[in-house]
Write a protein that binds this ligand. Sequence first.
Ligand SMILES: C[S@@+](CC[C@H](N)C(=O)[O-])C[C@H]1O[C@@H](n2cnc3c(N)ncnc32)[C@H](O)[C@@H]1O
Length: 192
Amino acid sequence: MAKARTIFREFLKSPNKVGAVAPSSRFLASAMLNELDWETLRTVVEYGPGTGAISKYLLRRVQDHQKYFAVELNASFIAGLRRRLPELQVFNESVSDIRSICDREKVDWVDGIISGLPWTSFPESLQEELLEATLSVLADKGQFVTFAYVHGLPLQNARRFRRRLKETFSSVKVSPVIWRNVPPAIFYSCRK
Ligand SMILES: C[S@@+](CC[C@H](N)C(=O)[O-])C[C@H]1O[C@@H](n2cnc3c(N)ncnc32)[C@H](O)[C@@H]1O
């Protein structure tokens, strides 16, 4: 409940950056995580963990030989993440800086990215910048998984973003609707 309040409060402060009124459900989190090639994955990065709704499942899935860290821009979420998930390595930075974060962490290539970013609330120039930064770290055939709310899909910015994903990645798969999420969502499973 405290997590739901936190994300709602942060949404009211900056709707275009937070983009969600409630944390993702475990059904959405598990479905997204099931997309990753866990057998071969060496490094996974989470974009925009917020209150850690997906991070807690990632922490359970990642094994000792695999590296996982998260990047969260909003400092208000960081203290809560550090308190609730002390084992989570999280950087209070923007995904725009993902290449330099990876360099610092001695990560050449990332095999999988789980994104919680509200892409369709971003201006196109920022979408472009963040996707370019993403491609600069994503391994060949690397995976990029990101969700979108069903009620927003008919809107022009969502249609534009889907087109942008198709132009950016070699394959883009759309999931069935995850009804057990507030609001219901789909996710895109993309491969470089
Ligand atoms: C829709 S919330 C998702 C929270 C959580 N992953 C979930 O699924 O419940 C979006 C998150 O992305 C973060 N965010 C927005 N822009 C970002 C950026 N450029 N770099 C890193 N995080 C960002 C926001 O602060 C927010 O925590």
